[in-house]
Each structure stands twice: as C-alpha cells, then as structure tokens.
Design a binder for this molecule. Structure first.
Ligand code: MEV
Length: 432
C-alpha cells in the first residue's frame, strides 16, 4: 500500500488525534500548526480585530478532511470548513469511487479579473469610444503604475474593453469600461478596485463624461476553472438516473438552484478553509449559471457507452496570497495540506471538489434517495439536539439507525424518546 493510501485508509473510523498524527506526518505540519488546528493556540484577538470591526468573539465551524481525491494524477487531501453533516463523507466516498473506476482532470480558461468603471449616462457615445480607444495605452500605463508590485510579479493590466449597456429607464446610454487584470496568485479585489478608482479622474478629464461606480465584477467569465470526471463501467440504470438529473436541472431553474447548491457545498467548504471570499465566488457562479437568460446547472452529466462523463465550468477568482489567506493561520495550514501554491491550482481543486460533491448528491438522489445516507449521518446532530451527553451520543445514534431502517425517517422526537429510554434504563440498572 502506498503512503497516501495508508494515510486515508479508515480515516473516518480513527480518532481525531490519530487523524492529526497522520496529517501532520504526511503534510509536514509543525507542532505549532497542530496547536492552531486544534485551537490550543486560538486565533489572536489582534488578527480578529484586523479582519473585522466590533469584534466580540469567534464563531467556530469544524474543519475536516475529504480523502481519496486524485486530481490530475495527484493524490490530494481536501480541507473543508463546513457545518453541514454528510458533505465531507459524500465527497470522500465519491472521490474513492472515481479513484477506483475513473479519473478527474482539470484546467483553467483565462486568468484575467474584471474591474468596472461606469459612465452612467454618456452624452456622446461615438466620441467617448474614440477617445477611450485612442488613449488605451495611456490608461493601461496609469493603471499599471498603481500596482507596481503586481507588475513586478508578472501580473498587471492587460486590456481595456468598452461596453454599451441600455439604461433600464430608457433615458440614454450607459457605458462600462472593463479593466482586465492578471492578479497572479491574488484574488485581486483590492488591486482592481484601486486601479479603477485611480483611472476615474483621467477618464473624466479625457472624455468630459461623468464616472459613476468603480468596482470589480464578480462575474469573472474571463477566469474559468474546468473539471471533468470520467467513470468507467457504470451501472447504466444509475448512470441514466444521473443524466436525467442533469436534464431536470437544465429544464427547471427551481431544480437548477438546488443542483448548484450541491456543487457549492463542496466549493464553499474549500473556500472557507483557505480563507477565500466565498460570497464573491457564489455571486459569480450564480451569475454565470444565468448567463443565457435562464438559470442553469453548472455541471452536466451524460452516459457515453459504459462511461459516465461529467463536466463543470465556473468562474473562480480565488487567491493563495494576500488578504485573509495571508493572515489567517488556519487558512495557511489548509493551503499547506492541499499542497497548492498557485491560485490557478486552488481554482482547479475547487472545481474538482464541486463536481465530485455534485456527483455524490446526484448518485444518492438517483438511487436510494438523499434521506438515508444524510439522515444516518445527521443522527449525531439529532442526538445532541435532543440533549444527549457525549457518552450517550453513540447509543442514541445506534438506536436512531435502527428506527431509520424500519421507519425510513428519523427526527428530533425519535432522538428525544430514545434518550429518555436510555436514561430510564440506566436509572433502573443503578437501582438494582
Ligand atoms: C444538500 O445540501 C444538497 C442537495 O440538495 C444537492 C442536490 O439536490 O443536488 C442534496
């Protein structure tokens, strides 16, 4: 058995200490990093105060590891920060299946982010176009002057594009200048916002038109991450069920929203763990999903012969340097566990995790249904919600599994009844 296989073997069954030991060894984590992961060294108040305002405390969510991912031929551990039961289990089980029967390939299309400079109501559109076109190089030079360190790293402003946008009030023409920037390994929000604001006076001076908003766009269709999954020897009934689930989502935005939520379950958890702006990615993914005028699924699955083929293509402006990724100690460790340095590599991992997460959900939905697996994993949460003490959880969980097998569903009432039964029986034993 190879090193990675040894690490992930039975990972969900061993104790947390044992998991940490294996991760520490595999990812070369220091004792200090382990203390950060376990919160023995808590996030300092200085960092918290630096990140946000009016700090009163922390809101911890669990950090777990999804296992068995082999992306582009490389074995990888996926740190996921998420509160929802079954996401990490489903990602790991599905990745294990793909690892055995298929493969995951990823790539990126484009590396530019978009900053928008709005000219709300342009008096002379052809003249403004001409002026901006003639001064393109000057504007790019001004823009690059404000981000000298980015230019030194090989990034910077690459192009300027002009768009005309109809005003919804039909009282003139809005123009939008798109500033296209290669942010290297940063997400680039601050960089591009600075650039747009720095260009404002020059654009007003050149065009004599008023500039409105200067801000990045989260619809980064100029920076897409693609992942593809191929699984061989598929059970055709299951494969057709998964294909049919794609058709449902293509046809119906109500289903597409839930389908995409399942994808984002995976992507968001990696983004949170690595300190990335998941709201920005969510906004971009949803806007991209609606780019044809109808909200559509961001993944597709089809059966080809005896293979199941899936694909995802999403805008993913993420960073591995700068912002929270640089400051938050846990985010730094998550990047170390992933073993990615470049933003492009992180985007590819996110796309792969999203696609695998989606497959896990669709496989369950197309076969046994989501309730069975989800509910069983949810049993511990029900036990805790019912008031079980740590030592009682395992027994409540076991009995809930039995109820689920017979009644096909479990809820808080079941958990409370079981807990009461256990306690009554314990009291009786003590009296004997
Ligand atoms: C639940 O968090 C996600 C699912 O609803 C996704 C889906 O329906 O595809 C199971």
């Amino acid at each position: 058995m190879d090193h990675y296989q040894n690490l992930v073997d039975g990972f969900h069954r061993i104790s947390r200490d044992e998991r940490l030991k294996r991760i520490q060894e595999f990812c070369h984590l220091s004792e200090e990093e382990i203390k950060t992961l376990t919160c023995e060294t808590p996030l300092s108040v200085e960092i918290a105060e630096h990140l946000i305002e009016n700090v009163i405390g922390y809101f911890p969510i669990p950090l777990g590891i999804a296992t068995c991912f082999n992306i582009d031929g490389k074995d990888i551990l996926i740190p996921m920060a998420v509160e929802e039961t079954s996401i990490i289990a489903a990602a790991s089980t599905t990745a294990k299946w793909i690892r055995k029967e298929g493969s995951i390939r990823t790539y990126c299309k484009g590396r530019l982010i978009i900053g928008q400079i709005q000219l709300p109501n342009v008096r002379n559109v052809p003249l403004t176009r001409k002026i901006l076109h003639e001064n393109r190089d000057i504007l790019i030079a001004i823009a690059n002057n404000c981000v000298p360190r980015l230019v030194d790293r090989g990034g910077g402003i690459r192009d300027i594009a002009l768009r005309e946008v109809a005003r919804p009030t039909q009282d003139g023409v809005m123009m939008v200048i798109h500033i296209l920037c290669d942010p290297c390994d940063a997400m680039g929000a601050n960089l591009i916002n600075q650039v747009c604001e720095a260009l404002k006076p020059k654009i007003e001076e050149l065009t004599s038109e008023r500039v409105g908003l200067c801000i990045l766009s989260n619809l980064v269709d100029t920076k897409l991450a693609v992942a593809e999954v191929a699984i061989h020897n598929i059970d055709l009934t299951m494969g057709k069920g998964i294909e049919e689930a794609t058709l449902f989502a293509m046809a119906d935005p109500y289903r597409a929203a839930t389908h995409n939520k399942g994808v984002l379950n995976g992507i968001d958890a990696v983004l949170v763990a690595t300190g990335n702006d998941w709201r920005a990615v969510e906004a971009g993914v949803h806007a991209y999903a609606a780019r044809t005028g109808q909200y559509k699924p961001i993944t597709q699955w089809k059966v080809e012969g005896t293979d199941l083929i899936g694909q995802i293509e999403v805008p993913l402006a993420v960073g591995t340097v700068g912002g929270v990724t640089r400051i938050h100690p846990t985010a730094k460790i998550a990047l170390k566990i992933l073993g990615v340095k470049k933003a492009e590599d992180l985007a590819r991992v996110c796309a792969a995790v999203g696609l695998v997460q989606n497959l896990g959900a669709l496989k369950a939905l197309a076969t046994v249904g989501i309730v069975k697996g989800h509910m069983l994993l949810h049993a511990s949460n029900l036990a805790i919600a019912a008031g079980a003490e740590i030592h009682e959880i395992a027994e409540v969980r076991k009995r809930l599994a039995e109820v689920l097998r017979v009644e096909k569903h479990i809820n808080l009432t079941h958990a409370k009844e079981i807990l009461e039964e256990i306690r009554v029986s314990d009291r009786q034993t003590l009296l004997i």
